[in-house]
Design a protein around this ligand. Structure first.
Ligand code: ZN
Length: 140
């Protein structure tokens, strides 16, 4: 659900090998190029935690963000009628909760590979009876 990346911050008097590591993102903690390296190595957490509501017929929302290689999208029917949502990721992968009873929820997991942080675009489209609502969570 979560990911990390590392960056290297050489001191002003660092050697060329160390300076060459600046400005890059590492998906695992980089090895220091020589003993007694005093450069600062920072660990960065990347994550997303979005919550929203789709209210009735025709309602849709799009979220763009950067995070790790895996996200989970959960859709919960707030009622009072049968409803659900379609979830589209990066413009091509579609998932559909189908019609759920009030209080029911479904989760979908999406993964992709590449250098983190990775850009994601998640679109949610309401499906079901009008005058009903679904809540959604995007976590990763
Ligand atoms: Zn160094």
């Amino acid at each position: 659900m979560k990911g990390y990346y590392w960056t290297v911050h050489p001191k002003p008097n660092a050697c060329d090998k160390c300076k060459a590591m600046a400005g890059l993102k590492y998906i695992s903690e980089p090895e220091r190029p020589h003993p007694n390296c005093k450069c600062e190595i920072k660990k960065h957490y990347i994550g997303v935690n979005i919550m929203g509501v789709l209210d009735g017929y025709g309602s849709r929302e799009t979220h763009s963000f950067s995070t790790g290689q895996k996200i989970v999208v959960e859709v919960k029917n707030l009622g009072p009628f049968l409803s659900g949502a379609q979830v589209q990721v990066d413009g091509d992968v579609w998932r559909d909760t189908g019609h759920m009873y009030p209080g029911q929820s479904r989760s979908f997991e999406f993964t992709k590979f590449g250098e983190i942080p990775l850009p994601w675009v998640v679109m949610l489209m309401y499906g079901g009876a009008d005058n009903s609502s679904v809540q959604y969570f995007i976590r990763g």
